[in-house]
Write a protein that binds this ligand. Structure first.
Ligand code: NDP
Length: 358
């Protein structure tokens, strides 16, 4: 029989998300006729995972007694990559050794093994590196859908999208996915001492067409005089991607043409999305939100398609692995429960995108 070890929670804490976590060992009920058993290879610690532990995320797993805990519990984590250990005898779509990611959120991924009851709830990601496979399902899919699902881009036109938080993991994938589709990117980043160096990396390594600072973003003279020379003749700016809010979101919205879309997917500044009234009345601006969890619940095939497209792009060397942008936390199989918990807690409390590798 299998022995599983999972990071679980039964309650929530807004003050200290790590305080609700514990490591639980159990012998799962496996029905080999109907379930896929998989070994965890890696999982990221995403902001949404922490928000779930805090009890402030609108989507959450059901807590159950299925793991043999005293109180109903859920396994933490929503994303991760697994290696298939066994498949039901009649299952044709998967084989032992395949790398897979869960299609839906709330499956519980912070665990050394998992059982999946439907092979169709898994997406194959063979051929990717661990860090890419472990993070493609949220940041990769988000970036892909933001670029491809809202605008009917013309080919051969001078098409631009503008985005803030240009240094984020999602934005770096947006930049690359857009470039492949012949869409130029104007990426806004916060002012910093090494602005030129960061901008150069975003342009050279990730293919951002032009990087500007938040002070340039907010400067009306820059918008009127310099921006047109950056965009060039007959530029179309139909999409602004906002993950910051506040003044940054109004400033990127001002760069849009008439009847364009401001698409909000994050709120890093914790400020509301404020938009000039005139943009709505005189420029026909539409403001919408994107949430990968809800998008997948409504149209799971779009996520499958996005992952499949991304896998091909990564395998073809067209996208850069997020490995260099992430901090790897290794868990030795012989690590004690306490050591495993410490790795997770440190990950939650540390800056940067943390990936836990088994
Ligand atoms: P990263 O940790 O890679 O990047 C965070 C970004 O936010 C950096 O660019 C950072 O810029 C910027 N930032 C941090 N604090 C502030 C602040 N106070 N004001 C302005 N900018 C700030 O994040 P991810 O790429 O993983 O995620 C980016 C955003 O997208 C998050 O808000 C996340 O919740 C959201 N997201 C939403 C999804 C959805 O479905 N809606 C799915 C996936 C992610 P700097 O370099 O200046 O520090």
């Amino acid at each position: 029989p299998y022995q599983f070890r999972s990071v679980i929670y039964s309650s929530h804490s807004l003050e200290d998300a790590t305080s609700v976590l514990s490591v639980h060992r159990y012998t799962p009920k496996v029905d080999p006729e109907n379930s896929v058993v998989a070994r965890t290879l890696a999982f990221p610690i995403n902001p949404s995972d922490i928000n779930q532990l805090q009890g402030v995320y609108p989507s959450k797993p059901e807590k159950t007694l299925n793991y043999g805990t005293k109180d109903p519990a859920a396994i933490a984590g929503n994303e991760g990559v697994f290696e298939v250990l066994s498949v039901p005898p009649n299952e044709k779509s998967l084989k032992v050794g395949d790398w897979v990611i869960p299609l839906y959120a709330n499956q519980g991924t912070w665990s050394d093994h998992r059982i999946f009851h439907n092979a169709s709830d898994l997406i194959k990601v063979n051929g990717l590196d661990l860090h890419t496979a472990g993070t493609v399902g949220v940041n990769g899919v988000t970036a892909y859908q933001l670029v491809h699902d809202y605008i009917n881009w013309s080919t051969g036109g001078n098409e631009w999208l503008v985005q803030n938080a240009g240094t984020s993991g999602v934005s770096k994938i947006v930049t690359q996915v857009a470039k492949i589709a012949d869409i130029k990117t104007l990426s806004v980043i916060r002012d910093r001492e090494n602005f030129d160096q960061v901008a150069k990396t975003l342009e050279d390594k990730f293919g951002a067409t032009k990087v500007i600072s938040e002070s340039q973003n907010n400067d009306k003279v820059f918008g009127k005089q310099v921006l047109p020379t950056i965009l060039g003749d007959n530029a179309r700016v139909r999409l602004a991607l906002n993950s910051v809010g506040g003044r940054s979101s109004s400033a990127i919205a001002r760069k849009l043409e008439n009847d364009a879309l401001l698409l909000t997917y994050g709120g890093m500044s914790k400020q509301p999305v404020t938009l000039p009234t005139s943009l709505h009345i005189f420029k026909g601006l539409t403001s919408k939100g994107f949430w990968v969890t809800e998008s997948c619940r409504r149209e799971p095939q779009k996520k499958v398609d996005a992952v499949n497209a991304l896998v091909e792009l990564y395998k073809g060397g067209k996208l850069t692995s997020p490995k260099d942008e992430t901090i790897t936390n290794y868990v030795d199989p012989s690590a004690s429960d306490q050591e495993l918990l410490e790795v997770i807690k440190n990950g939650i409390n540390s800056p940067g995108k943390q990936v836990v590798v088994f």
